[in-house]
Design a protein around this ligand. Sequence first.
Ligand code: ATR
Length: 273
Amino acid sequence: MTQIYGIVAHPVAHSLSPIIHNAAFEALNIDAKYEKFDFESEDLFEFLKKVKKENILGLSVSIPHKETIIQYLDEVSDTAKIIGAVNTVINRNGKLYGTNTDYIGVLHALCPNSALNSQLSVLKSSVLILGAGGSARAIVYGLKLKGLKVFIANRTEEKAKDLAEEFDVNFLCNADLDKLIPDIIINTTSVGMFGVAVEKSPYPKELFKKHQIVMDIVYRPLMTKFLTDAKNAGCQIITGEKMLLYQAVEQFELWTNQKAPFEIMKKALIVNL
Ligand code: ATR
């Protein structure tokens, strides 16, 4: 019988996850189908009952459910508990287990070709995270785990302050953005996204320095204003689809216990961007 997996989010119509995962299932000859499940928060619990009843084997979890889903799961990994968000659910014989692969996604996006530890520790970098929402939480967790010196800035400073305190990293107030010259800058806000503020950047362009690595998690459009400014300043840029891809690769391997067909997933994503 065809196995069912899927993404639960709202809205979900534009998600690229089905393209990535279905390409992987097909490549490995796994009789499985990855679907889109569009549910609002108030219907999430009922949907999870259906997941158990209909034996849906795995879920990707996206906005706005990453945090609220935790209360409905049977078990949650320690990592997801610390991050405070679940992006992956595995149905283990009717028990729903939640974990988080976003923090792995960001580390691979920053340092592909494995050798993560050595590359990042050689950098011994300072990193500025823009934003203090759900995505920022996983990213802060991952980067701190690798020993990077993390700073958080956010439009609403109180939220950045709270997040920095919770993860024992540094808070940077907006008035002091020009006082820090980080090695890496990552945008985790929705600024620059189609339909949100596509013409805007969350960081003043005059502050970019040539040696910096600048990454966005927004991937529609791929070249955000933030990345265009950084590129014009001579920075090395990392586009937003990378984190999406790497978190999906990790997710696929957790569900199937098989090595994910990375190149096929990457190609499927890129041609559909
Ligand atoms: P996600 O789960 O994707 O991180 P989120 O939790 O809603 O989404 O967080 C969105 C982040 O983008 C927040 O840091 C938010 O800033 P506020 O805390 O001030 O709301 C940031 N953000 C969204 N729109 C923004 C804008 N127009 N300018 C600056 N920051 C913005």
